[in-house]
Design a protein around this ligand. Structure first.
Ligand code: 4NP
Length: 155
């Protein structure tokens, strides 16, 4: 059975689609499934923000086929690891976790790089393209660490 990892942000159009694409690119597809979701429902069914698509494309990753969806209760049982982008996502997601086991699956993404420092991947929605490039760099760094860890854990 493949290991399943879920990336979560607020809208599922800017940060978590990038996180999904980046982590996917670092893991063997036969052993790992990566998906993403948003805590909010405003963009359900839409593709990622065009600035996220362009940023990923510039780094050789195609996220254009993704579709936004909202986090649902079954995600807590279906996924093995749930990574959130910021403290607000952490609060929203852990509030929905049905039990302690589910809550323990939820981790702040940048904690993988800067353990215990509570660093957010900033919401780039209201920023220019450079905000998206910065988000990509942060996620790329975190996803490299996560991928190494997962591959070691599951080999
Ligand atoms: P994301 O960015 O959480 O990184 O997808 C956002 C996109 C849209 C909204 C908020 C955040 N919004 O409020 O519509």
């Amino acid at each position: 059975m493949p290991v399943k990892i879920l990336m979560v942000c607020l809208g599922n159009i800017c940060r978590s689609p990038l996180a999904e694409g980046i982590l996917q690119s670092k893991l063997p597809a036969d052993k790992f499934i990566v998906d993403s979701a948003g805590t909010g429902d405003w963009h359900v069914g839409q593709g990622p923000d065009k600035r996220s698509v362009a940023t990923a494309k510039g780094r050789g990753i195609d996220i254009s086929c993704q579709k936004a969806r909202q986090l649902k209760p079954s995600d807590f049982t279906e996924f093995d690891h749930i990574y959130v982008m910021d403290a607000s996502n952490y609060k929203d997601v852990t509030k929905l976790a049905p039990d302690a086991e589910a809550k323990a699956k939820v981790k702040l993404m940048m904690d993988e790089v800067f353990h215990g420092k509570n660093i957010d991947v900033p919401d780039p929605y209201w920023s220019e393209q450079d905000g998206f490039e910065n988000v990509y760099d942060m996620l790329d760094q975190a996803c490299s660490i996560v991928a190494d860890k997962l591959i070691k854990e599951h080999s």
